[in-house]
Design a protein around this ligand. Structure first.
Ligand code: SAM
Length: 241
């Protein structure tokens, strides 16, 4: 009798777990549709009507719910930013998707992210490139992301706690650099640490006002060109620089 009750409760429990996972998968599908709609609506800025299928596949794979605070889990797949504590946010999925796509990530690439936050953007890149280096200035966020990413099994991401303005010289040069906080100017060390042929994506402008998302490309001779993509709103890049 005891065994029967145990088996029944195990069956009941596993079906509840499966339902929760199915529910998240369904919500993730809806998030993908919302991103696709936003991409079409902003295609004039992006110069395309759809993002790289590999990027969309990564967006449809990474468990965003596991990287947001528990109280926001039910909202994890809404196409909007969410608080992650310490006055910071996890970016809107559409923004994460277009920034990832603009970097044109390739399987052999090494990418540097400034602004780890929840670790979500780093997790997306980890599905698309060989190695991700990510820097967070708030120790508690950096430690939490390190733990969460390890628990989720992302083993090609290294998190460092420091001021990302100065990049990560030891692992430079990078094929791609992504800054997920708004800078008043493009940090020269990040340009320096970009490979010839590399790309950087960074929001630049005043804190808490609308900024411009910039795509910076370094050509094979080391010349840099900048393209304004679209207006965005990010928390500021802090630090003592
Ligand atoms: N990419 C993050 C994610 O997927 O959750 C969201 C980033 S949040 C919009 C911006 C992050 O940049 C915050 O966690 C903030 O603490 C961090 N940050 C701000 N200034 C920084 C700096 N100088 N160096 C490194 N991180 C910084």
């Amino acid at each position: 009798m005891f065994h029967l009750i145990r088996i029944l409760s195990l069956l009941l429990f596993s079906s509840v777990v499966l339902t929760a996972e199915e529910d998240y998968a369904l919500k993730r599908e809806n998030m993908i549709r919302a991103i696709e709609t936003d991409v079409v609506a902003t295609s004039i800025y992006l110069d395309k009507k759809a993002l790289d299928p590999r990027v969309m596949e990564a967006m449809n794979t990474v468990p965003r719910h596991a990287l947001v605070p528990i109280r926001y889990r039910s909202k994890a797949y809404l196409n909007r930013p969410l608080p992650i504590g310490y006055g910071q946010t996890i970016s809107q999925p559409y923004i994460v998707a277009i920034m990832t796509d603009l970097l044109n990530p390739q399987p052999e690439h090494k990418v540097l992210e400034v602004g780890t936050g929840s670790g979500y953007q780093a997790a997306i890149f980890s599905r698309l490139v060989q190695q991700v280096y990510t820097i967070e200035i708030i120790e508690e966020l950096g430690m939490r992301a390190t733990k969460d990413l390890a628990e989720l099994g992302y083993d090609n991401i290294q998190v460092r706690i420091s001021d990302g303005y100065y990049g990560w010289e030891q692992h430079a040069p990078f094929d791609g650099v992504i800054v997920t906080a708004a800078a008043s100017h493009v940090p020269p060390p990040l340009i320096q640490q970009l490979k010839p042929g590399g790309r950087m994506i960074i929001p630049v402008g005043s804190s808490f006002l609308t900024q411009q998302l910039l795509l910076i490309v370094k050509d094979d001779e080391g010349n840099v060109t900048t393209r304004q993509i679209l207006p965005v709103r990010f928390v500021p890049l802090t630090g003592s620089h």
